[in-house]
Write a protein that binds this ligand. Structure first.
Ligand code: PXG
Length: 454
């Protein structure tokens, strides 16, 4: 991005000289220079060039209550003055972490009343992997180690997180996955359903779980982990038959079920958790992102009472982080949950803005580039195709990236996962802002189509 603003160029020089950005081509970023985001309010961002941008991704799926809520800043400031840090390792605790654990137990599905805190979603899933294996060892079944996950799932970027995830481009770097993690097919009908109906494909994809359990042997399987709806993989909404069939399989075999709620949790689907939306009964749920609306890093693992009862018999769990349950993060999370609850943000999403967004987004189905529009709650995906009937893609054109660039240049952040455009705006987005989002999205689809025809 070339800029006439000397301040922008100064920041870009700092980036080039000193910063290594996540999930980036370092060399390419040096050539382009990053866009510098300087402030935010509600659902809008401002960059150092003075551009106002509608953030259709809530940051990175996290800013549930929107930007610029003073209450969270005040909660952090107050806690920093009172007790900025103390650890939870040596039989100590502090009020914010205890009050937060209770607040989470109150909103979590029934019977999930205990929380282990971490600094991120990745650490939450690392914690899960160690806790699952510890659990089975205590129960005298130490061979139940294997975790079954899904291709194209996302569970983080630590060694365990990236291994649990099913992103091949991550596995290719650093010799992943680690042993003891296997992947089954994802329920992505649009890309992989072939000639099956979505309903047939949903059952087929769910059956892969049973086949894998039988192949490995149930005595060797510790858990199945899945996002209720895959986020980073491309907002993949499973066919209606998928979760009911998975539930039957889980009921049949003695393995734990872990719902990764890092994206679906805290209202994204119009329910507190994706597990509520699909009526799942997880043994553990990974959380992060919406827990603090991204204002400060925090993650965790919510654990079912029966699992905790077993862990209680196992002596020390030799695991934890310096920042597990950090008091400032806990104070911010508490205030965030209070706002979501008191302002009835999820009820409003459920009754008003989710149905509105979903119906407005589906208007884009008439666009020649659009092969499918799907979504749930405030999650949406738009599949870009060359041929609607056969779901054929534009091969090798990078259509998604073309569209994403048009969006960015026209004041809208809409992400591209391959040729799938995705959105997950802050939960406080209004109907007028949804109108703006859809109008801009259509304009950028038009610009993309023109670019392809040129
Ligand atoms: N589970 C899920 C379902 C996630 O989406 C994590 C775990 C890991 O959380 P941390 O806090 O360790 O990042 C995530 C994170 C993307 C993108 O490209 C998505 C995430 C992270 C980075 C990029 O959409 N999700």
């Amino acid at each position: 991005m070339t800029s006439n603003n000397p301040q922008t160029r100064e920041w870009q020089a700092l980036s080039n000289d000193h910063h290594l950005a996540p999930f980036s081509d370092f060399k390419q970023l040096k050539e382009k220079g990053p866009r510098i985001i300087t402030s935010a309010k509600g659902v809008y961002l401002w960059d150092s060039e003075g551009n106002k941008i509608l953030d259709g991704m809530a940051g990175l799926w996290c800013v549930a209550i929107g930007y610029g809520r003073d209450e969270l800043a005040d909660a952090a400031s107050k806690q920093m003055r009172e007790l900025p840090y103390y650890n939870l390792f040596f039989q100590t605790a502090h009020p914010p972490v205890l009050e937060l654990a209770k607040a989470i137990a109150d909103i979590a599905p029934e019977g999930m009343n205990h929380v282990f805190f971490t600094g991120s979603g990745s650490e939450g899933n690392d914690t899960m992997l160690r806790m699952v294996r510890h659990y089975w060892a205590i129960k005298g079944q130490p061979n139940k180690k294997v975790i079954i996950s899904r291709k194209n799932g996302y569970h983080g970027s630590t060694v365990a997180g990236a291994s649990l995830g099913g992103m091949t481009y991550m596995h290719e770097q650093g010799d992943l996955p680690i042993p003891g993690i296997v992947h089954i097919a994802q329920p992505y009908w649009f890309a992989e359903g072939g000639d099956m109906t979505p309903e047939e494909f949903g059952v087929w994809a769910a059956n892969q779980l049973e086949e894998k359990i039988l192949e490995i042997g149930v005595d060797n399987v510790g858990a199945f982990i899945a996002e209720p709806i895959q986020g980073a993989g491309g907002v993949i909404i499973p066919p209606e038959t998928y979760w009911p069939r998975i539930k039957e399989i889980l009921a049949k075999y003695d393995i734990l079920f872990v719902a990764d709620e890092v994206i679906c949790g805290f209202g994204r689907t119009g329910e507190w958790f994706g597990s509520d939306f699909y009526d799942l009964k997880p043994d553990m749920m990974t959380i992060a992102k919406g827990l603090t609306s991204g204002y400060i890093p925090m993650g965790g693992l919510i654990v079912r009472d029966e699992v905790v009862a077993v862990l209680n018999e196992g002596g020390d769990f030799n695991h934890g982080f310096t920042y597990s349950g950090h008091p400032v993060a806990a104070a911010v999370a508490l205030e965030n949950i209070r706002i979501i609850r008191d302002e009835k943000i999820i009820e409003h999403v459920h009754a008003e803005t989710a149905p509105y967004l979903q119906s407005r987004l589906r208007e884009l189905n008439d666009h020649p580039l659009v092969g499918e529009v799907r979504g749930v709650g405030l999650l949406g995906a738009i599949e870009l195709v060359q041929d609607k009937a056969t779901r054929k893609r534009y091969e090798g054109k990078g259509v998604g990236m073309i569209c994403r660039t048009f969006c960015f240049d026209n004041g809208l952040i809409m992400r591209a996962v391959g040729d799938t455009m995705i959105i997950a705006p802050p939960l406080v987005i209004t109907k007028a802002e949804i109108d703006e989002l859809v109008t801009k999205a259509r304009k950028c689809l038009d610009l993309t189509l023109s670019a392809l025809q040129a």
